[in-house]
Design a protein around this ligand. Structure first.
Ligand code: AMP
Ligand code: MN
Ligand code: MN
Length: 318
């Protein structure tokens, strides 16, 4: 953490009026909470902000400001900011036409450092936690709405403070956000407990194809499942968290068929294992315990390739 960088960012914020903030496709709570937390704080500082998330953000309706989320930016900006995203290709085209990315704020260890200024802290549990640390140094203040968004990012990425990187410092930040007005029980329920009827039926489709082999547990979700059930997203509705709660799973994998011959893969590993490398090799990225990639190919081919390589990783790491 360098104070020099923070004061440069503060200066740039002061001299800019039109902001674009984007995050990754298939947004999670850290993507949405970071975009909204930073975006609302900038708006409250008198700035004009476009907050952009490609893909369905319907499930984040509980987050203050979520009604302002756009699916694409329009016009010109003084500052373009990317949060919680390790790779400029992962914004789903939301940056096309904007050549300079002024600021990247992220916690993925696979971050490509593609901004003019990069605040990448891979030891942090969530991008929202990085924002909590730096926003005061950037001249921005917290209010209850900003606090809800930041706490939601932390709750989402730690799956409710369950990941091994949660320590007293993370709990201290969560405590500070609660003191600022965020309702933890409400966030927890909205983010982690409540699922739509369609999402749970969609889980059912995936779970009916769950398999295991020597510490690897996997399942797939198809375009046909989504059509049949009417599930609106193109994500896994967090089914991978269910798979990784299977006792036998040292690594859990989910394959989500996408349009145009693409497959989204998510890896989840037990503490002590690192799946970020294998995800990176498949063109993706992420963290030791949770990583993903978007891979070209048919569902069948990608499943075969990825399960084979992941089994090799399991053999070597255990
Ligand atoms: P997911 O599997 O999508 O829940 O993501 C797990 C972690 O890996 C998150 O931190 C993601 O940001 C990251 N991740 C997922 N997919 C990709 C990708 N295609 N490229 C880079 N990082 C990814
Ligand atoms: Mn994310
Ligand atoms: Mn994150």
């Amino acid at each position: 953490m360098s104070r020099d960088i923070d004061s440069k960012i503060a200066e740039k914020f002061k001299n800019s009026n039109r902001f674009l903030i984007v995050s990754h496709v298939r947004p999670d709570a850290d993507a949405a909470g970071s975009v909204l937390g930073l975006g609302l704080a900038l708006e409250k500082a008198g700035k004009t902000v476009q907050m952009v998330l490609k893909d369905d953000a319907q499930r984040f309706g509980y987050l203050p400001g979520s009604d302002q989320i756009l699916s694409a930016p329009t016009g010109a900006f003084d500052m373009v900011i990317v949060v919680d995203c390790s790779d400029p290709d992962r914004v789903g085209g939301a940056l096309s036409g904007y050549d300079i990315i002024d600021l990247v704020v992220d916690h993925h260890k696979t971050n490509l450092q593609f901004g003019d200024t990069n605040i990448v802290e891979s030891d942090q549990v969530a991008t929202a936690a990085i924002l909590f640390d730096h926003m005061p140094d950037w001249g921005l203040s917290f209010d209850p709405e900003v606090a809800v968004n930041l706490l939601s990012g932390i709750v989402g990425d730690t799956i409710g403070f369950r990941t091994p990187n949660v320590n007293a410092d993370v709990m201290r930040k969560a405590g500070a956000l609660i003191n600022l007005g965020a309702d933890l029980a409400h966030i927890y329920r909205e983010e982690l407990v409540m699922k739509s009827f369609k999402a749970v039926r969609y889980w059912g489709a995936g779970l009916s194809r769950m398999e295991q082999d020597d510490g690897l547990v996997w399942a797939s979700l198809t375009l046909a499942d989504r059509r049949k059930i009417g599930y609106p997203g193109n994500d896994d509705a967090d089914l991978v968290n269910v798979l990784s709660s299977v006792k036998e799973a040292k690594i859990a994998l989910i394959f989500i068929e996408q349009p145009q011959n693409m497959v989204k893969v998510s890896w989840r590993a037990r503490p002590g294992m690192d799946v970020s490398g294998i995800a990176f090799e498949f063109g993706g990225g992420g963290h030791a315990a949770a990583a993903g990639a978007d891979i070209e190919g048919t569902l069948e081919d990608v499943m075969e390739d990825v399960t084979l390589e992941t089994k090799k990783l399991l053999e070597n790491q255990f």
